[in-house]
Ligand binder design. Sequence first.
Ligand code: AMP
Length: 422
Amino acid sequence: MYQVPRGTRDFTPDEMQKRRYVEENMKTTFTSFGYGEIQTPTFENLELFTAKSGDSIVEEIYDFSDKGGRKLALRPELTAPVIRFYVEKLQMEPKPLKLFYFGNCFRYDRPQKGRYREFQQAGCEIIGADTPEAYAELIALAYNILKNVGLKNITLNIGNLNIMNFMFTKIGVSKDCKKELLPLIDKSQFEEVYTVLCDGGVNKEKADLFIDIVQTSNINKIKDFIKKDKSAVEDLSNLEKILHLLKNSLKINNYQIKMSIVRGLDYYKGLVFEIDAPILGAEKQLCGGGAYDLVSLFGGRDTPTAGFAIGFDRTILALDAEQFSFPLPKTDVYIIPVNSEMIEKSIEIAQQLRKEGVITEFDLLRRGVGKSLKYANSKNSEKAIIIGPQELEKDSVTLRDMKTGDQQLIKIAEILSKIKNH
Ligand code: AMP
């Protein structure tokens, strides 16, 4: 017996129906904000990812050499491929350039619920705009996508890495100490943060204040801390503008300021945000995004970039957990020939109905009417058409309502109008 590789999944027709529903819905929201869909290859040169995230990323991804000895990697995310695409071919496009994508990603993660080795991301990048309104719209897009697919309970957290960096500098944290602190802050392990700060020579008072500010959702406290320091005042004022637009114009009220979002990545700068579905528990993060610098690293002309990635699989897990009722796969009409002489006519009718957009199946196994009806039920069929010799002589068939069991004799010429009227 062969099994799927660890951390990967097969999807049944019912599951695929859900996935396509969610994808279509997300696509509609992306396009409503003027984003255009792109696609990039499933594998890229390994260097693309090590240039972005450092050599240690190799431990976390699927890398391999092809027969020509090229070092390649299955993409662990899509931001680097999209920016590679931009630098290679799209730099001359009018700005802002707004791109969205769906794609499978591969990570050598430890599999668990909501964490897979192959998973899907839905994401976007906006290239060439760094106004507060661009960022407010970006956050609203991510939020609206998750709301529009039908999620009821999501939380939005917004931070700013430049302000965080300013805070590190202000209390005198060294570069090495910062490296140690970022993953702890990311996981909200504040007792450990305190210890590392004190061990790194920061006095207790400052360490306490730092931890207080990192945990606060009160912008005035952050303002107080920054005072009139030039290096952070502009970031703070932009953050305030973004929050103002979200609340007043984009009508998104339920966000929190969260300075402890560090996204663990060096190339992020300025705005960062995350959206969670608390119902998912440990693996609750649905979306991560923000502003980042990659274009110049990949050899392009410097231009601002920002984006986000939504975990597609987790979005579906969250919808399931909230008992969202997905549209089910269904058959409109199931045609049952009562004997083998009726097969040709059955196929002919089936084909005419399909031409009119009616989802039509007919019994391919020459089963009796009873068994065929049972199968039609299992396919959520709304109607059945039973074709028998006596009825056919009168150019008629039996139309059965699968829900009520009511049957009526109708003319073949009337089938379409009867079905469509329903
Ligand atoms: P990241 O690129 O790490 O910011 O991830 C963006 C989103 O992708 C996360 O918020 C998750 O929802 C989702 N995600 C990341 N890793 C996995 C994984 N191994 N399995 C499923 N979803 C994932």
